[in-house]
Design a protein around this ligand. Sequence first.
Ligand code: FES
Length: 142
Amino acid sequence: MELFAVCSTFEIEDHSARGFVLQKAVEKDGQKVGEPWPIVISRKGRNYYGFENSCPHQGKQLDAGLEDFMDEAGNFIVCRHHGAQFDLDSGACFSGPCQGQNLKTIQIVVDDGDVCIAGVELFEEDGLDLEDEGPGVMITSD
Ligand code: FES
């Protein structure tokens, strides 16, 4: 199974969530190109959960670019657009306009202190430089 390290485990605080923008490989006119793919990774203790950063209500990015995914009490992922609330671990929406729906889940594997995603073909596999990246790691194709 191919793993792609997104960040180190300590870079996501317990009971919080953090956004990243990866580049997904897509086929366009017979060529493989990268397409920005915003995701969110949440943490509960030693467990990590991955979701596409796309609200089931209107497909918008949950954090609206604010890089803040949590409700004030720090219990749930909240959508900044119309306030839908999601469980940190399952991504299930239990309140708001898309109640009963679910964030699209991404398989997460913790490997040797790294939070990795699995089972997704990414455009750029070697562009990750965790040393000097702030929150919201952007992997570009150059
Ligand atoms: S787009 Fe998320 S609640 Fe409406």
